[in-house]
Design a protein around this ligand. Structure first.
Ligand code: MRU
Length: 348
């Protein structure tokens, strides 16, 4: 296997992030020294993808802890609140901040160097556990895919090393299925408007030498009908207690198309993406970003000046359109509230 790319690297208080706004033209790294810079990096999409922003936020808390005279829930509240305000949809961000908050509460009262070391250990654990979860999802996802035999696969957005602690969720499943000889080619949606597929997934697949073809998002229906697509696999930003899935805008349309064409539709996501507090997909906060992303392409205006645009960057796919949710703890087929509850209750 090719070496797993690491988009986030922590060294002595500095968080290095590959700047995903500049890929694939430029492999530039941003060096963040403060939690404020890390929060801006999440907001501005230097780092993106649900697990990756959770990991970045955890390191942001460590950066904040380096600056306070005493590590307590009160002194770190501005940083926790500031990091939580960076993006609204991916629950991994809040999940990681919650883990860091619990650690802060547990270490308050310890000498500063010991408390800081414990926070650093927790952030590192969040990072390393995500990579391990992705490798396991890859194994389980490839097993699931084996039942369909070799064929083409379609994916959306970027769910690879760049979006995670390494290897990827949906792209990790594709990597493992490819190694198992189950993937003929990967159809990659370009993923308008931010072009995560065209810029990032294409970059990752080319680095790995996995055969792939970029398609315009609007080509997905005819590709599913005519090109031997056996399964679609996507990631998730938040999965509710009954299995509704928020993911990159366009995912819902793909799930509808997959059902119509008899193509299996899978979601690969770690347990940190499941929000047991939300029952229904309608309750997931959906981020809207600037209309400029829709009115421009690669920084060049394509719509008339002054044209209004609506730019929700995620949508919700109802559980009944999902054939499988692949997690590190197991695969839930035809998810519903009972099966999701059983998954969360199962021992690790
Ligand atoms: O807006 P982005 O690029 O952060 O959106 C990312 C996605 O929607 C991914 O599919 C999701 O976070 C899963 S990444 C493993």
């Amino acid at each position: 296997m090719k070496e797993i790319f690491q988009p986030l690297v922590w060294r002595e208080g500095v968080l290095r992030l590959i700047d995903q706004r500049k890929l694939p033209q430029e492999e530039a790294w941003l060096e963040s020294q403060t939690w404020q810079t890390t929060a801006s990096a999440i907001r501005d999409m230097v780092v993106r993808g649900a697990p990756a922003i959770g990991i970045a936020a955890a390191w942001g808390v460590v950066q904040a802890a380096c600056t306070v005279s005493e590590i307590t829930p009160q002194t770190l509240k501005p940083a926790l609140d500031g990091l939580a305000a960076s993006r609204p949809t991916a629950v991994n961000l809040f999940w990681a901040l919650e883990r860091m908050s619990e650690t802060i509460a547990a270490v308050a009262g310890l000498p500063a160097d010991q408390a800081l070391a414990r926070l650093e250990d927790e952030a590192r654990a969040i990072h390393e556990e995500d990579l391990a979860a992705n490798l396991r999802m890859g194994e389980l996802g490839a097993e699931w895919a084996r039942t369909m035999g070799k064929g083409a696969v379609l994916t959306h957005c970027n769910t690879g090393s760049l979006a995670t602690g390494g290897y990827g969720t949906a792209l990790g499943v594709i990597r493992s299925a490819w190694q198992a000889g189950l993937v003929e080619t990967v159809y990659v949606d370009e993923t308008r408007p931010w072009l995560q597929g065209a810029r990032l997934t294409a970059w990752e697949l080319m680095r790995d030498g996995i055969p792939a073809q970029l398609i315009a998002d609007v080509a997905a229906a005819s590709v599913m009908r005519d090109k031997g697509v056996k399964w679609v696999v996507v990631g998730a930003d938040r999965i509710t207690a009954r299995g509704d899935v928020a993911n990159k805008i366009g995912t819902y349309g793909l799930a509808v198309l997959a059902r119509y064409h008899g193509v299996k539709f899978a979601v690969a996501a770690p347990l940190s993406t499941i929000d047991p507090h939300l029952e229904k997909g309608e309750d997931i906060p959906i981020e809207e970003r600037t209309p400029d992303e829709v009115c421009q392409l690669g920084g060049v205006r394509t719509a008339p000046a002054g044209m209004a645009a609506y730019n929700p960057v995620f949508d919700v796919t109802p559980a009944e359109l999902v054939d499988a949710i692949i997690t590190e703890r197991g695969v839930v087929e035809q998810p519903d509230a009972m099966k999701m509850k059983a998954l969360l209750a199962a021992s690790a």
